[in-house]
Structure formats: C-alpha cells, structure tokens
Design a protein around this ligand. Sequence first.
Ligand SMILES: Nc1ncnc2c1ncn2[C@@H]1O[C@H](COP(=O)(O)OP(=O)(O)OP(=O)(O)O)[C@@H](O)[C@H]1O
Length: 416
Amino acid sequence: MSEAVTKEQVLDALKRIPGPDGKGDIVAQGLLSEIVITQGKVYFSISVNPDRAKALEGMRVDAEHAVKSLPGVEGALVTLTADREPGSAPPPSQSGNGAGGNGASAQSSPFDSSGPGQQAPTGSPGKGPGKPQGLGTPGQQNARPKGTPVPGVKSIIAVASGKGGVGKSTTAVNLALGLKALGKTVGILDADIYGPSMPRLLALEGKPQELAGNKLQPMEAFGMKVMSMGFLVDEETPMIWRGPMVMSALSQMLKDVEWGELDVLVVDMPPGTGDAQLTMAQQVPLAGAVIVSTPQDLALIDARKGLNMFKKVDVPVLGIVENMSTFICPHCGGQSDIFGHGGARHEAERLGVPFLGEVPLTMEVRETSDSGEPLVVSAPDSEPAKAYLEIARKAAAELDQAKGGGRAAPKIVMEQ
Ligand SMILES: Nc1ncnc2c1ncn2[C@@H]1O[C@H](COP(=O)(O)OP(=O)(O)OP(=O)(O)O)[C@@H](O)[C@H]1O
C-alpha cells in the first residue's frame, strides 16, 4: 500500500493550478478551504465568483486531477464555492489523516468527477435508441404518465442528487434501513446504472436467482430485498451501451422482480438531472423523492435542479438532506465546515420544502458504507446513525402526508 498523502503534498500539487484569472495559482490566491484528508480521500473547496462557476469548472477538474494523481490518493471531492471570501479560508486544523486508506472498491471511484453522473452519457435514454415510447419529451411540462404500479409495493420513493459523489447511495441505504427500523418492510432498488453502489454498500455478490415465469428473486441484505443494476449489467459493459439498456432493465427490475409485500421501495437514482433521470422519474410510479446535497452553495444549485425535475413530473419532494455537513476529526473531535454548513436547510426553507436533516462527514460513515456494514445497523447509537434515523422518521411522516392528499397548501397572503 502506498504512503498516506500529506496536506503539504496536496498543496504543492495545487500550486500548479492557475487562479481564475490565469494569474498566480489557487494556493497563493488563498482560494482554498481547509484541506481534509481521511483515509486517502481528499476533500476541499475552491472559492470562486458564482457568476463564473460554469467557466471555472475546468479549473475544478484540473485541481481534482492534480490531487488524484498523487501517490496515496484514492479519490478527491473538490467543489467550487461562493460562500467564502477569497483568502478567508479557515485556519488549518489537524486533518484526519488516516492510516492510508483501503477498503474503497476497486471499481470506478464515486469521487471520479469525470465519471458517472456529471453528465448523462451519450446514448442516455432520453436521446438514444433506448428511449422508451410514449413518455413524452424530457423537459416537457406536466408529462407524468404515472408508471404502472408494482404489485405488492405500497410506496416507491426516489433518492436523488443534482450531481455525483455527494453521498446519495450511502444516504439511500441508511434511509432504507432507518425506515426498516421504524417497522416497515423495505426494499432497495439501485437504478444507478453508471455506478451501481449497492453491491459494495451492502457487501452483496452474485446474481439474483431466476424463478419460474421469468421472475427474478431479489437479493437480501439486513432484512431488505435488494436489486441492483450491478447484478444485471456486466461491469465490463461499456458506459455508452448502458444508457439504452437502462429503461428496459429498470422496468424489468420493477415488474419482473418478486418484491413481495413492501411498505416502501427506495430507489437509488442515477446522479444528476439530465434526460435519463427525468425519464426515469416519469416512468417509475414515485410517491415522493428525497434530494441529497452537500451544503456548499453551488451544489445547491444542482439540488434545486433536482427539485425542479421532480416538480416537472409532479412527484412530491419529501425533503432535502444535507450530507457531509460538518467534518468531525476522528483524532481531536474538532469540527470544521469544509463545504460550508446549513446551506441545504436554508435552501429548503427558501424553497418551501421540508429539511430532513444533516449528516456529518465522518470516517465511520465512509468506512462502514465502503465495507458493506451501513452505520444504521452497525452502530445505531452513533451520531450519524441517529441523524439517518431522524431523517427516515421525517421522510416517513412526509410520505404519509403526501399520500394522504399532500401537504397543507401554503397560506396565500394578500399584499396590501
Ligand atoms: N457523511 C459522510 N461522511 C464520510 N464519507 C461519506 C459520507 N457520505 C458518503 N461518504 C463517502 O463518499 C463516497 C461517495 O458516497 P456515495 O457513493 O454514497 O455517493 P453518491 O452520491 O451515490 O456517488 P455516485 O453519484 O458516484 O454514485 C463514498 O466513499 C462514501 O463512503
């Protein structure tokens, strides 16, 4: 195993990245937040002028690549932020520079920004030959051909995110287990074709068994029925072919899987808000959606796109979850807000959707999710597990409300 990377090495690599105006470098210009390293994964944000966020995406990608190419780095989550004045980065505190990191899957890293979720790949269902018939044009208002109900399944909820790598799948699993802890019978469907995570998150291997009548027996983990694209699509299948396959595979996973009686089926959606996601949201008979975001303001722009996407297809948003809210140092217990803090709560309030809760960035979330022992079952008394349980409780309450005719209509105040 290679040596653990240090903050100094990361900073040295970042000195090669020119600042937004092409002058100096992003380190010298004081644009970086605190750099946190846990077990070979590096997290930080770069302050930019929000008006230039799109134009500076290349700078973000360059910074991420520069860090990822360092020996000992397994992944990097780099975001652009506008919530901090350049040069006012918090004073460095001890980072949880763990013992050098393993345990992450060898597959495409969820941190890989060039990978799944950043854009819908060519051949995505909205564009490619696999575009399902009769679903209306993605982007078209009010085109919700409610998907065919799945026999035995009372409610289907989607867990979605505006972009990849924000912890959507980890949240989906812990939310599902939280719902189970509330006494519900739960299934989880991993619809993330570009980077199926359930085999890793639930330590599942193998293929589902075929039953009579062309039905598939879902796999099982922690008392939940589980189905994943990862069980059906060969890892070797090139991305470009996966898009066209997704719709038939998805409808197969809904219709042709012996789900049995379920109170809730949690669907882990592919990240993003492109055509593929919109088409999926239209095709699945969703009772509600949960949006996962990091607190950082530009990520919230993506979260907002997620909200709009569900609005377009008339699916109630049960609420927003703020993930990686605060970093808790495993050594000193100190807290720091790498990506800001409280942004999602504020955004939820602003948009009039429920805020379901916040989950800190901790080593235990990462370790347990990457080793297939989700925190809600492996350490139910830990702080993040309690946060997930509370999120599940609130989501269940919102679901009941949505099913019972929806949230109370907002009061209309007449301006004098
Ligand atoms: N609160 C957290 N604290 C620490 N690590 C976390 C937290 N949430 C998620 N992670 C880690 O971040 C990585 C990405 O998480 P995950 O796979 O759930 O994200 P995702 O949004 O589903 O990604 P993708 O879009 O690539 O599928 C994983 O290594 C996971 O263990």
